[in-house]
Design a protein around this ligand. Structure first.
Ligand code: NAG
Length: 337
């Protein structure tokens, strides 16, 4: 178990946690250069490549834009959040972005993209959700302007949008030339758009437990294929909570707290015998239970959204997910043009 020690030992711990067993040796190597890495949250995506968030934040015509461009980028990825989301959620708090939030799934998508040499552009919607009128034009202009300004216009452009962001990306794709797109937990706007045959290949990453959406996605895959457009799906299924899940996926949430939370959820009957969530995190009264339990959660308010997101993810009805990033980036990579 983790001893509450220095920040350094926490960092070592978090690096070790972010590693798969086969590359634990690489991680040990990383530990030796920890002083160089100090102060950042790192993820080791594949052998020898480590990446951290160091984004630039700008207001462009009152629209919040946060981005990061790795050396020798090979493509540009536009990420669109869901309702109640913001660009801030994709980025860890850092010197350049002290108000960034770094939600566990969003941050891993951005980190994985950067490690794979995608320049990452995130934009906040004006309202709670994306709107499909004027906002489409505004975002289109910002993407075009940003790509030109950063000399990235020659690179392939791809997009991933979740939920409201998925609808938005599906519509934006009729106006901007994307190499391919990923619609996460969203069926898209296809019935209401004029889809031409040059519409980009579309991958649906979704949670079939949401049966209504599952059916609409199946219809839209057929709709696109009939028009000769490559359309595929990846299904995300529920998985059990484990005592160390929250510590593994939320930087800064320690192992002891993670175990206590797991035990609380178990004792309160929020999970079944196998550890699966009985309800969506949003419908589980876990925050009330936490308050009554006396379990101390350091920086409580800071982690509420992070924990809630992981509970929703485990239940797998409607949540952003980074668990399919390998397949998602394979999709982007095999549809570059
Ligand atoms: C900002 O707004 C002005 C005026 O509406 C417009 O001409 C310009 O293209 C916008 N800039 C970007 C980057 O969208």
């Amino acid at each position: 178990m983790l001893k509450r020690g220095s920040k350094l030992s926490k960092l070592v711990w978090s690096i070790a946690q972010s590693c798969q067993l086969p590359i634990i040796v690489i991680c040990l190597g990383l530990v030796l250069v920890v002083p160089l890495l100090f102060g950042h949250n790192y993820v080791t995506v594949n052998l020898g490549s480590s990446m951290h968030h160091d984004p630039t934040m700008e207001l462009i015509n009152k629209t919040e834009v946060i981005w990061q461009i790795p050396d020798s980028s090979k493509a540009v990825l536009f990420l669109a959040h869901g309702c109640h989301g913001r660009a801030l959620n994709f980025w860890d708090r850092s010197i350049n972005c002290p108000i960034c939030v770094g939600l566990p799934e969003e941050r891993l998508i951005a980190l994985n993209a950067l490690a794979r040499k995608f320049a990452v552009l995130t934009i906040s919607s004006r309202g709670t959700c994306w709107s499909l009128g004027e906002e489409r034009q505004v975002v289109k202009n910002i993407i075009k302007w940003w790509v030109e300004k950063n000399n990235l216009a020659k690179l392939p452009l791809v997009a991933l949008g979740a939920s409201s962001g998925g609808y938005f990306v599906s519509a934006l794709a009729t106006e901007l030339r994307f190499s391919s797109i990923v619609l996460m937990i969203a069926e898209g706007m296809f019935s209401r758009m004029d889809i031409r045959e040059d519409y980009p290949p579309t991958l649906f990453v979704h949670m079939p437990k949401d049966r209504h959406r599952n059916r609409m996605i199946a219809e839209n895959i057929q709709f696109l294929r009939k028009r000769g457009i490559d359309a595929q799906e990846i299904q995300c299924l529920e998985f059990p909570l484990t005592p160390d899940l929250l510590a593994n996926r939320i930087p800064g949430l320690d192992q002891t707290t993670s175990v206590k939370l797991y035990e609380l959820f178990r004792d309160k009957g929020f999970i079944d015998a196998r550890g699966n969530m009985k309800k969506d995190g949003r419908q589980t009264r876990w925050k009330e239970a936490l308050r009554e339990s006396g379990v101390e959660l350091l920086h409580e308010s800071k982690f509420i959204h992070h924990i809630q997101e992981e509970l929703n993810l485990a239940f797998s009805y409607h949540e952003m997910t980074s668990l399919k990033t390998d397949q998602i980036f394979e999709w982007f990579d095999t549809h570059m043009r």
